[in-house]
Design a protein around this ligand. Structure first.
Ligand code: ATP
Ligand code: MG
Length: 566
């Protein structure tokens, strides 16, 4: 969608309910669970959250807000090997930054391990679960295919007493990893492969970041997630489409255990062009140093976007606009950038910075003199006030704003032409100075003292307005300019034997220097602003008063769309 299409959609459209809201409103109307709405966001603490998770967070917390319900933060920590407290902390920070509050409802699937163990005992006692001694390979080899029933495990018909004994000994650590599992007796002939005597528990002698060495058996996702939902009284358990065929098993456990009937609803995961969204792949980029950490501003992680200068409101608006889909799709990243730009336009102060400096000397301006001029902080919002910008005889302007052999419709500087220096004066280029190689080293101008503030003294017009900084006052700073992390729309689309990393854009980061007006020295890390005519930037978290570092957040216009011809 282009910005224009987006805007027209915005004004025309009265937002209709999405299919999840329809389910929820139906349940409220029918007074299911007395009309109570309770959702949860269930991250596995095995990586940093990305923009796809942000979508899920906005959806779950958003539903709770909209329908006066509650949303829990639940860490789905059933796989001790890959989980870490570093991830737990980052997830908390990211959800909070996005603007959501889980109150005192921070839960962990591991808090329920005792209860889940009791659920398993119940199923064993009811003759619905058994201890199997087949290896992982044997289990897969006997599962059958969707069109062909699998073979029952030779251990399926053990007595309840035998199962209880073995399961307890599994728990007590008597057996080695992989030698036994607890499996549900759902049958081996369901067309749904998830319903073929699925594994409920596996043995893993591993230290858990919360339960320590208490357990050496851990429940599988399918025997932990739904059970945690029921324990918490979750009314609507929203997950992504890959769990659609787990739903019958989700419901089977609820029924057999007689526990709270949470309802699972699936939606399509968010995919975005020019990036990847799997934690496993993002971890690879971090571990193999393709990027500088999880919060590298090129990453699609929430912390990366935050460091890049994206705002929480922009992410929430984006999540809201894309809605929820039932089918997989891929969203153009320029839509996200549109929302970032839209928010930054309203909230940021403007100032001037020169990226590729060219020296300008104003020959009729007194040497040694300087003066403070008024610059508007944000033309969109008068209440944001003004700041001083120092002006003097020698300035820096952008190399791009001068052209020696300019065509007729070139409105910026060329010899003989007059332009406005933003907030300052009209200047006219009189001559240029070159070094022995022919490179332009200075351009000389005269200014009109009557045009102070950039106002025409006599009604004469200039067609171009350019930005500048005073050379003696300018602060030198580092700029980090970012481009797409991948050079193709769908990096996962690789020929056989290829790797998604083959699609990385080798020029996704350009570090250079700029000159900025001294106003920038008043900024704190993570402050956001607009460099006039260039784009939105923020001060990096690693910046100091001695060394300013600017991250480019996004350009002023959707130049990318033009480049790829969309
Ligand atoms: P990944 O595939 O990136 O490793 P995951 O699904 O394993 O992600 P979880 O920590 O299990 O990550 O996800 C927490 C919640 O966020 C789940 O409810 C999951 O369905 C949802 N989620 C994950 N990725 C996306 C996405 N791309 N779009 C929408 N929701 C997502
Ligand atoms: Mg998952």
């Amino acid at each position: 969608m282009t910005e224009k299409e987006h805007l027209s959609k915005e004004t025309e459209e009265v937002k209709s309910l999405n299919f999840i809201e329809e389910f929820v409103e139906d349940d409220i109307k029918n007074q299911k669970h007395a009309g109570r709405i309770h959702t949860r966001f269930p991250p596995e603490p095995n990586g940093y959250l990305h923009i796809g998770h942000a979508k899920s967070i906005c959806l779950n917390f958003g539903l709770a807000l909209k329908y006066n319900g509650l949303c829990n933060l639940r860490f789905d920590d059933t796989n001790p090997v890959v989980e870490d407290v570093e991830y737990v902390d980052s997830i908390r920070e990211d959800v909070r930054w996005l603007g959501f509050d889980w109150g005192d409802r921070e839960f962990y699937a591991s808090d329920y391990f005792d209860q889940i163990y009791e659920f398993a005992i119940k199923l064993i006692k009811d003759g619905k679960a058994f201890v199997c001694e087949m290896s992982g390979e044997e289990v897969s080899a006997t599962r059958g295919t969707p069109n062909q029933a699998g073979n029952e495990s030779p251990y399926r018909n053990r007595t309840v007493a035998e199962n209880l004994d073995l399961f307890e000994r599994m728990k007590n650590g008597e057996f080695a990893d992989g030698t036994k599992t607890l499996r549900a007796k759902t049958g081996m002939d369901s067309p749904n492969m998830q319903m073929r005597d699925p594994v409920m528990y596996r043995i893993k002698h591993a230290h858990h970041h919360r339960t320590g060495d208490k357990w050496c058996i851990y429940p599988m996702y399918d025997f932990a997630h739904g059970q945690s939902d029921s324990i918490e009284g979750i009314t609507h358990s929203i997950c992504t489409l890959e769990f659609e065929n787990h739903r019958p098993l989700y419901n089977w456990y609820i029924q057999e255990l007689g526990i709270f009937p949470s309802r699972q609803i699936e939606f399509a995961r968010l995919n975005i062009t020019f990036t990847v969204m799997s934690k496993r792949k993002l971890l690879q980029l971090v571990k193999e140093n393709y990027v500088n950490g999880w919060d590298d501003p090129r990453m699609p992680t929430i912390c990366g976007m935050r460091r890049r200068g994206y705002t929480a409101l922009a992410l929430r608006n984006f999540a809201d606009r894309i809605g929820v889909a039932k089918r997989e799709n891929i969203i153009d990243i320029s839509l996200l950038e549109f929302f970032v730009r839209e928010d930054l336009n309203k909230i940021t102060q403007r100032l001037m910075a020169v990226m590729n400096p060219l020296k300008m000397v104003i020959t009729n301006y007194p040497e040694g003199k300087s003066e403070d001029l008024d610059a508007t902080n944000n033309p969109e919002d008068e209440t944001m006030g003004k700041h001083n910008v120092p002006f003097s005889r020698e300035l820096f302007i952008e190399q791009d704003d001068f052209m020696e052999d300019a065509p007729k419709n070139y409105f910026r500087l060329t010899v003989g032409q007059e332009v406005r220096l933003r907030y300052a004066y009209f200047v006219k280029c009189t001559n240029i100075v070159k070094d022995e190689t022919g490179k332009i080293t200075e351009i000389h101008c005269t200014y009109d003292p009557e045009s102070k503030g950039g106002k025409s003294p006599d009604g004469r017009k200039v067609k171009g307005t350019i930005h500048w900084v005073s050379a003696q006052h300018a602060v030198k700073a580092e700029t980090r300019l970012y481009d797409r992390l991948f050079s193709v729309e769908n990096p996962d689309d690789v020929p056989e034997g290829g790797d998604f990393k083959d699609n990385m854009n080798p020029n996704s980061l350009t570090i250079s220097e700029c000159f900025v007006e001294p106003f920038a020295k008043t900024f704190k890390a993570m402050d956001k602003f607009q460099f006039e005519r260039i784009g939105y930037f923020c001060l990096d978290k690693d910046a100091t008063t001695e060394k300013l570092i600017f991250n480019k957040t996004v350009g002023l216009k959707d130049t990318w769309a033009k480049v790829v011809g969309k």
